[in-house]
Write a protein that binds this ligand. Structure first.
Ligand code: ZN
Length: 203
């Protein structure tokens, strides 16, 4: 994932700067600005695509409980297509995603609802190579506070060692008092260049 930090100049116009200096497949290719001007915003494009999707969609008749009784927690990275990478079909799983695939309190909230209200039992945690969080530090919060005059309540949850961060995530899940099932919790690193998952053993 790439971090874009929105800031404001004195006229109040939004300015976007790429503090990471890294690009992903989600970056807008050069020249596409013109296409956007012709065809509307990116959201317009998504809404148009949805109209086509809905035209061919038929009600699968599912309820909200995932067929495979599994919840996948993963980074929001644009290069990680969870359904394709894991052979998942519509209705198979819950997907819970954030920057880094970090097990935050809010992820525990989703997992708790997933297990207690919607019947999932297994948890799969997926981090990946070349994650944007590896090149951030908690200094990011400090810089943010200096810029906007308010310290965010959340931690950046940056990390240096992706395996260690997967183990930390597994530990947070396994020690949560709210979850019903913590006997099938496995953690992986997805390689964005090969598409392969590598399992990380729990500490
Ligand atoms: Zn990431």
């Amino acid at each position: 994932m790439t971090f874009f930090v929105p800031s404001h100049d004195r006229t109040g116009a939004a300015v976007t700067s790429n503090v990471m200096g890294m690009t992903t497949s989600a970056s807008v290719p050069a020249g596409s600005d013109d296409a956007m001007d012709r065809d509307g915003t990116v959201t317009d494009r998504l809404v148009d695509a949805n109209a086509q999707y809905a035209a061919e969609f038929s009600d699968p008749g599912m309820d909200a409980r995932p067929v495979l009784h599994v919840a996948v927690v993963a980074c929001m990275d644009a290069r990680l297509d969870l359904h394709a990478a894991l052979g998942l079909e519509l209705g198979d799983c819950h997907t819970i995603r954030n920057a880094g695939g970090v097990v935050t309190d809010d992820v525990i909230r989703s997992l708790t609802i997933s297990q207690r209200a919607l019947g999932t039992r297994s948890i799969v945690l997926i981090h990946h190579t070349n994650c944007g969080l590896e090149s951030l530090t908690e200094e990011f919060r400090h810089e943010l506070e200096m810029e906007v005059g308010q310290r965010p309540a959340w931690a950046v949850e940056s990390f240096r060692d992706v395996d260690q961060d997967v183990r930390q995530s597994m530990r947070r899940v396994r020690t949560s008092p709210f979850l019903l099932h913590n006997d099938d919790v496995r953690g992986f690193v997805f390689d964005v260049k090969t598409g392969l998952l590598r399992e990380v053993e729990a500490a």
